[in-house]
Design a protein around this ligand. Structure first.
Ligand code: ADP
Length: 476
């Protein structure tokens, strides 16, 4: 069976968040004699593109309304990621350093989707499954189904995974002429609240819809992001499948980014050695418990709560803890976090920016990781933290609810009911009590490290789903 994963990010090629981690690891675990897995993402201007060898396997020109864009398809020659990687190069739209947040993102990702389908239709053999990821690829199932230009692709089965339902690729009907021609009788398939909505089009037209955790699927059925009724109506073809992690990349014993490798058995000493180095870098005392936050600094992540959490807990705990923040995003939050630096020098520090190596070092060094997200479709931070011996302190929502159980209930972390400053500060107090009870603390830390969240088993769930979709098509 040939499977195409199509999305906007893929680690280590181009990463903003968890979507990249999934596209860089799930395909690797699916690729085998029976399943030939390809990953297709846009070709951004980045180090991976410069430092690796590619061969051009296709070129052409796409039409986006009145515009024509030349494009080429580049294949990474060595398959070093564990699957075939293809980059869609559209120089005018993607030869830029960042992945998102350009004014013409709609034109960029629509062109990417059209170029991908134009290439696929010209290949000698067609894939069995096109697995779309998030709204950047949400119009593929629609175009494949309803644009006569792609009629030849009509028997390919499609699946869309919602990694984050907050972002939906919404644009005005003024840009309808960008799409390849189709019978307007089908216009309802791309419409939601009088706009074109890429994610909802994907949900309506794909053969199967998945979310990255079971609880997130339930939440999307009643949360207020405008997709509730739609998701309720497609329950028959929806499933929540928890994300896995790449245990080859996230391995405390082999991770080259760490100052000191360690195993479950020597985790106390190993983690402390890493912590010493990190604390030296950030001017903190390694003898104190280290609480960290790693992530995008946006309200959905509860990052707006961080300044007050830092103020409250450092004052209350009389500076007997360390807090380290790694992230970037909302400039208001970034500034608030930076302003606190001189006030709590020695106990608090912040790194504004994206830094993969620092993230690895921080997971390895911390005692606790704060994840106060208001919305968390799956969350990979808590899974990396568990594997690296860092106890997660989480708001009980989405994938956090599916993966973390409070230690008082024989679990692997600390949970709080609301995403509020007071709930997080209470959880920090409970964490400090636990920290004093070394035996219990070590037991919970080790329990987390032993938990298996690898893709090995979970990737099978997707394979079963692909087979199910194909069987269903033959039966109908
Ligand atoms: P999301 O995809 O919503 O941002 P996830 O928890 O699913 O959240 O995934 C976040 C991923 O991005 C993790 O691999 C995390 O380590 C990484 N990450 C987030 N912010 C940073 C940062 N500033 N520097 C390095 N890695 C980061």
């Amino acid at each position: 069976m040939e499977i195409f994963h199509i999305g906007a990010e893929c680690y280590p090629v181009a990463k903003v968040g968890g979507l990249a981690d999934v596209l860089g690891s799930l395909p690797k675990y699916q690729n085998s004699e029976n399943y030939q897995v390809r990953v297709v993402i846009p070709c951004y201007q980045n180090i991976f593109r410069l430092e690796n060898e590619f061969e051009c396997v296709h070129w052409g020109k796409i039409k986006l309304g009145n515009f024509n864009f030349p494009f080429s398809v580049l294949k990474e020659t060595t398959n070093k990621l564990g699957f075939e990687l293809y980059l869609i190069e559209i120089p005018e739209l993607f030869d830029r350093p960042n992945i998102y947040n350009y004014e013409d993102d709609i034109e960029r990702f629509l062109s990417f989707q059209i170029a991908t389908l134009d290439w696929i239709i010209g290949r000698n053999s067609l894939p069995d499954i096109i697995h779309c990821h998030d709204h950047h690829t949400g119009l593929i199932p629609f175009m494949k189904k309803y644009c006569p230009k792609y009629h030849k692709l009509k028997n390919i089965n499609t699946l869309i995974t919602i990694h984050n339902g907050l972002y939906q690729g919404i644009f005005s009907f003024n840009k309808l002429y960008y799409l390849p021609e189709f019978d307007l009788i089908h216009i309802k398939e791309i419409e939601r609240w009088n706009c074109i909505n890429s994610l909802s089009a994907g949900i309506k037209c794909a053969d199967e819809v998945t979310t990255v955790s079971p609880t997130y699927l339930k939440e999307l059925n009643y949360s207020d992001n405008g997709l509730e009724t739609l998701l309720q109506s497609v329950q028959f073809k929806s499933k929540g499948i928890l994300n896995g992690i790449d245990t080859d990349v996230w391995d405390t014993n082999k991770d080259k980014m760490l100052d000191c490798n360690f195993t479950v058995e020597n985790s106390a000493e190993g983690k402390y050695k890493n912590k010493e180095k990190l604390c030296l870098q950030f001017n903190m005392n390694p003898m104190l418990p280290l609480f960290s936050f790693i992530g995008r600094l946006y309200n959905e992540k509860g990052a707006d709560l961080l300044p007050e959490i830092i103020l409250t807990s450092l004052i209350k705990q009389k500076k007997q803890i360390n807090i380290l923040i790694l992230g970037y995003g909302d400039p208001v939050i970034e500034n608030q976090l930076l302003e606190l630096k001189p006030i709590f020098k020695g106990n608090y520090n912040v790194y504004i920016g994206y830094n993969e190596e620092l993230a690895h070092k921080t997971y390895a060094s911390s005692d606790y990781i704060l994840i106060p997200s208001r919305v968390e479709p799956c969350g990979l931070n808590q899974l990396y933290a568990l594997r690296y011996g860092t106890i997660p302190i989480v708001h009980k929502t989405g994938g956090l609810k599916d993966t973390i159980v409070d230690f008082e209930e024989n679990g692997n972390g600390i949970c709080h009911q609301e995403s509020t400053v007071s709930d997080v500060c209470c959880a920090i107090n409970r964490a400090l009590d636990l920290y004093k009870n070394k035996d219990k603390f070590t037991k919970i830390r080790k329990k987390g490290m032993h938990t298996d969240h690898s893709w090995k088993n979970i990737s099978q769930e997707y394979l079963q789903l692909y087979n199910l979709i194909i069987t269903r098509r033959y039966e109908n």
